[in-house]
Design a protein around this ligand. Structure first.
Ligand code: ATP
Ligand code: HSE
Length: 327
């Protein structure tokens, strides 16, 4: 249960008046989620999601919220904050910032299929194309700089058997991400955490299965597009038991992505490095949350070993094109 901020119906009715979102009817807390408080709000104009930010501040929000709005304005299927009656991207409940987004219909993407992966691949490619004229910038909050700072802190706390793999991949990533090839990759503002539980899908299990929208942009940052693609595919297309890719899912995802935004030769050449970087990011963050938990994560520790398995697979797995092909 993750409703950190309690809002009564009369408080919600007053708050909703800050947007042109219709007359308040009811609110329902959303139990999932560990970072923020979310409520479904029903009004006579429709269904909305109110998010109250528990940690993010007024200063940090404009990048994420402007990115969501920009993507929506460019026709991407994303949750987007409704502007307030004053034209602002966010409001406050007490001292905490909050936003109101349209409610995305459908179910979360826990059940994966070729159709769902193809729809996510197409959606992601459109998002990558749409940010070519997005001007705000933010470094990846869970990238190389964060690994270099965090790994020495967690190293003494994790099982000894994991330390060599962690140290080895950190060195490999320092070399990779310092290389001219990595620095030349096409890059832009990306979601960076587009797991299945951050997307809604409609008509699941039918020929019409499709992504209705993606949300939770609060780990977004500016990264190579191929890294964001790797983050997304490592979750959507893997067998969680082994960490290996499921070939029917990867080929559906990649074909749909390539049909909208064909990967360049350099991106293909860097694909294994991007897959390892993406796996490493979640292995390190889950190790950190597991062995140095903050209060909220104590309730929902995510299994770090899942991404250790994904990383080991990606270091040697077959690629969809000859190794090193590119340029
Ligand atoms: N625009 C939306 N439309 C429909 N449902 C939404 C929307 N935004 C969020 N939700 C629902 O709220 C839940 C929690 O949202 P979200 O993942 O953003 O929370 P969070 O606290 O940031 O969680 P976490 O950090 O654990 O991913 C989602 O699982 C989803 O079911
Ligand atoms: N998607 C992340 C959690 C939220 O960033 C993970 O599965 O580790």
């Amino acid at each position: 249960m993750a409703v950190f901020t309690k809002i009564t119906p009369s408080e919600a009715a007053a708050l909703i008046g800050r947007w042109n979102a219709g007359r308040f009817e009811s609110l329902e807390p959303i139990a999932t989620g560990i970072e923020n408080t979310n409520y479904v709000i029903n009004t006579d104009a429709g269904r909305w999601v109110l998010t109250v930010f528990e940690k993010l501040t007024d200063e940090s929000l404009p990048f994420y919220l402007s990115l969501m709005e920009h993507l929506a304005q460019h026709g991407c299927r994303v949750a987007s904050p409704l502007r307030t009656v004053n034209g602002d991207l966010f409001e406050h409940f007490g001292s905490k910032p909050c936003i109101l987004c349209g409610y995305l219909p459908g179910e979360d993407g826990r059940r994966v299929s070729q159709k769902g992966c193809a729809s996510m691949g197409e959606t992601l490619a459109r998002m990558h194309l749409a940010v070519s004229d997005f001007r705000l910038s933010l470094d990846n909050p869970r990238g190389l700089v964060w690994w270099i700072k965090t790994i020495p802190v967690i190293l003494p706390r994790i099982p000894e058997s994991l330390r060599p793999d962690l140290a080895h991949e950190l060195q490999a990533q320092i070399a990779l991400q310092g290389s001219p090839d990595w620095k030349s990759l096409p890059a832009g503002a990306c979601h960076c955490d587009l797991f299945r539980n951050n997307a809604k899908l409609a008509d699941v299990g039918t020929a019409q299965e499709r992504v209705t929208g993606v949300f939770d942009f609060f780990f977004a940052g500016c990264v190579p597009f191929v890294y964001d693609l790797a983050v997304t595919m490592n979750d959507w297309c893997s067998d969680p038991a082994t960490g290996a890719f499921r070939p029917e899912l990867t080929s559906a995802f990649l074909s749909a992505y390539n049909a909208v935004r064909p990967l360049s030769g350099l991106e293909r050449k860097m694909w294994r490095g991007a897959l390892c970087a993406a796996a490493f990011r979640f292995w390190v963050s889950r190790l950190t949350d597991f062995y140095m938990p903050r209060e909220a994560e104590l309730l929902h520790p995510l299994d770090p070993e899942e991404f250790h398995r994904v990383l080991r697979d990606r270091q040697t797995c077959a690629l969809p094109w000859p190794e090193g092909e590119g340029l």
